[in-house]
Design a protein around this ligand. Structure first.
Ligand code: AMP
Length: 146
């Protein structure tokens, strides 16, 4: 069965392009809809809630910067129209799964650094997304930085 709706998750680094390109090629060959998600993690969560200051302004700026970067990435891919680009606050695994369910996606595409050893123990988003995913997950192997 060909895929009908592919969700590509991006972290807004330069490494997103090979991940989006793979998702785009799959979407084209299956005639599937392509959607994109980036999850902005709340700062308080990133610092384990231990920061004794008001982060709301910083967080607003972080969200606006992420919006600009998503728009820049999406411009390179004609099928990624604004209604198919999702910028969401929260925890990546949870929000990627939630959106995939909500949008009836049958494939999630993420990048993977193929970490091992200590780095693997510390966890990776690709690994996180795979566990409990509501549909298939494709991990696109990314090159390790030299
Ligand atoms: P990482 O494990 O952080 O190196 O990320 C591996 C992959 O997970 C990335 O290539 C993205 O596909 C996805 N990912 C990581 N962080 C996010 C995020 N904040 N929002 C959406 N996808 C993400």
């Amino acid at each position: 069965m060909p895929y009908t709706h592919i969700l590509v998750a991006i972290d807004l680094t330069a490494e997103c392009h090979p991940v989006i390109l793979r998702a785009q090629a799959l979407a084209n060959s299956s005639n599937a809809q392509l959607s994109l998600i980036n999850v902005v993690e709340p700062m308080a969560m990133a610092f384990a809630g231990d920061v004794p200051m008001d982060l709301s302004m910083l967080q607003q700026q972080q969200f606006e910067q992420a919006r600009e970067r998503v728009d820049t990435f999406a411009k390179a891919y004609p099928e990624l129209t604004p209604e198919h680009c999702h910028l969401i606050y929260g925890q990546p695994r949870q929000e990627i799964h939630r959106l995939a369910k909500e949008q009836d996606c049958d494939l999630i595409v993420v990048g993977s650094h193929g970490r091992h050893g200590l780095a693997l123990l510390l966890g990776s988003t690709a690994n996180d997304v795979l566990h409990g995913a509501p549909c298939d997950v494709l991990a696109v192997r990314l090159k390790q930085p030299a």
